[in-house]
Ligand binder design. Structure first.
Ligand code: NAD
Length: 494
């Protein structure tokens, strides 16, 4: 006798536990060793800011005050440049094999103190401890190791030419990967014999200041690295100081453009690592579950505060409905909340200003009648949080598809043919990164050659390596960080 089978929804193979199971809290307990007040790091030691100005650094996790940070003004920035210029005289003549030893020591010390630094990074910036611990810290150390390897081999970078240092480098970095961006900047500059004045972002200065103690422990000669803190005004002072031979800036496209204007005609070398609005392109023949993981990682890693975040999903029409359904199911399993909890996938938004920017852009999508889907999660009451969000049926003319949101917000668009995918992917003022998901190797190569993006990932996303140059096209900036190309940014060929 035939038995009637129960009605099964298409997603019947899911294991749904509802709220029957809950994770216990798993807070990271290692101390972050944050000082109540930090001075500026100039000429190898901490000094009080001549400006006598200070501002609070608060944790986006719960708005708790973490420390008071000094605000460097003209006399402070000048003292840092003078120290760097003096140190350049001997550092630039230090043999590569000795510079290499310092970089190696810095890398090892970072590894030794990785747990403490990871906690400090999470408290200060809001990113999940799992990411600071497993990504930011190991990658920062890897950049110092990698450049320690290059420092005594610079004669092999450009055959027939020698690499000479430029002088004092002014560096300004953003808040999304505070320690890692510092490593991207300082390691190649030191490996090539330059000295540095660096300014971290105002909301995330703490790991840069803690890093100063690593430089002291490594015995780095005074003045080789100087760390000045402050906001936009301090940044402008660093950029416009006459002793800077080169400016290396990572941050927003708007500020990058201002810097390019102000440096025009000064003869200073410049590299700009700016914003992005990457397309993550999923073809019908892609392994869909793997692609779902890649898309989730592409947009929700570090709360979407990633210049190369895959913030525009382009999915081929035939699988769009199925793919969106799988994406929503996967999104429902993300754990959003306290970044210090080891189970958290999506932590706190870095600052109130950034939270407001995300809210404003999401509202623009809602006002235009776009279908929105948000993770139904309980957000912590204190601190800055935003739920993972999807917009479906988005068109390229909308703000949510063209502006960098820099938050956990994904816009879904569809395409029919590879040509249409390329057209839509390249239809942006940015050009930093892209992702392609397909089973067909020849299609990967074809797409990579036609996408106007500095990095194209295939069947993966957000994979980084110090040996692999990173940088953009168009309004995502110019210059490359990492690899041999990155060394050339800090050198002149002689
Ligand atoms: P931002 O441009 O506001 O600030 C970046 C840094 O510049 C901060 O240290 C800030 O204090 C400083 N600054 C601000 N105004 C300045 C001025 N007039 N002169 C000199 N310095 C000034 O950017 P943000 O909000 O901190 O960072 C987010 C942006 O950074 C996003 O657009 C993101 O895409 C970009 N980013 C790019 C990369 C990359 O590699 N391309 C990496 C990380 C972040």
């Amino acid at each position: 006798m035939a038995r009637k089978s129960p009605a099964r929804p298409s997603s019947a193979r899911e294991l749904l536990f509802g709220d029957l199971w809950e994770f216990d809290p798993a807070p990271e307990s290692a101390p972050a060793h944050i000082e109540p007040h930090y001075g500026l790091f100039v000429n190898g030691r901490f000094v009080a800011a001549k400006s006598r100005r200070r501002f609070d650094s608060i944790s986006p996790r719960d708005k708790a005050k973490l420390a008071e940070i000094s605000e460097a003004m003209a006399a402070d920035v000048d003292a840092a440049y003078q120290a760097a210029a003096k140190a350049f005289k001997s550092w630039s003549k230090t043999p590569g094999r000795d510079r290499s030893k310092f970089l190696f020591r810095i890398a090892r010390l970072l590894q030794d103190r990785a747990r403490e630094f990871a906690v400090a990074e999470t408290l200060d910036g809001g990113k999940p401890i799992r990411e600071s611990r497993d990504f930011d810290l190991p990658m920062a150390a890897a950049h110092f190791f990698y450049h320690a390897g290059w420092a005594d081999k610079l004669d092999h970078v450009a055959p027939g030419c020698r690499l000479a240092p430029l002088g004092v480098i002014g560096q300004v970095i953003p808040w999304n990967f505070p320690l890692l961006m510092l490593a991207w900047k300082i390691a190649p500059a030191l490996a090539t014999g330059n000295t540095v004045v660096i300014k971290p972002a105002e909301t995330t200065s703490i790991t840069a200041l803690k890093f100063a103690s690593i430089l002291q422990d490594a015995g780095l000669p005074p003045g080789v690295v100087n760390i000045v803190t402050g906001g936009a005004e301090t940044g402008a002072l660093v950029v416009n100081h006459p002793l800077a031979a080169k400016i290396a800036f990572t941050g927003s496209t708007d500020v990058g453009k201002m810097i390019q204007h102000s440096l025009a005609g000064t003869g200073k070398k410049l590299s700009l690592e700016l914003g992005g609005k990457a397309a993550n392109i999923v073809f019908e023949d892609a392994p869909l579950d793997q692609a779902v993981e890649g898309v989730i990682n592409g947009i929700f890693f570090n709360q979407g505060h990633v210049c190369c975040a895959g913030s525009r999903l382009l999915v081929q029409e035939g699988v769009a409905a199925e793919f969106t359904a799988r994406l929503k199911r996967r999104m429902a399993s993300l754990r959003v909340g306290d970044p210090l909890d080891k189970n958290t996938d999506v932590g706190a938004i870095n600052s109130l200003a950034q939270l407001k920017k995300i809210q404003e852009l999401v509202q623009s999508g809602i006002d235009e009648g776009t279908e929105i889907h948000q993770h139904a999660c309980q957000l912590p009451k204190k601190g800055f949080y935003f739920p993972p969000t999807l917009f479906s049926g988005v068109s390229m003319s909308q703000r949510i598809a063209s502006e960098e949101i820099f938050g956990p917000v994904l816009s879904i668009l569809t395409f029919r043919t590879p040509d249409e995918a390329i057209e839509k992917a390249n239809n942006t003022r940015f050009g930093l990164s892209a992702g392609v998901w397909t089973d067909k190797g020849s299609r990967i190569l074809m797409m990579a050659s036609r996408l106007k993006a500095g990095v194209v990932w295939a069947n993966t996303y957000h994979k980084f390596d110090p040996a692999s140059p990173f940088g953009g096209y168009k309004e995502s900036g110019f210059g490359r960080e990492g690899g041999k190309h990155g060394l050339l940014e800090y050198s002149q060929l002689v």
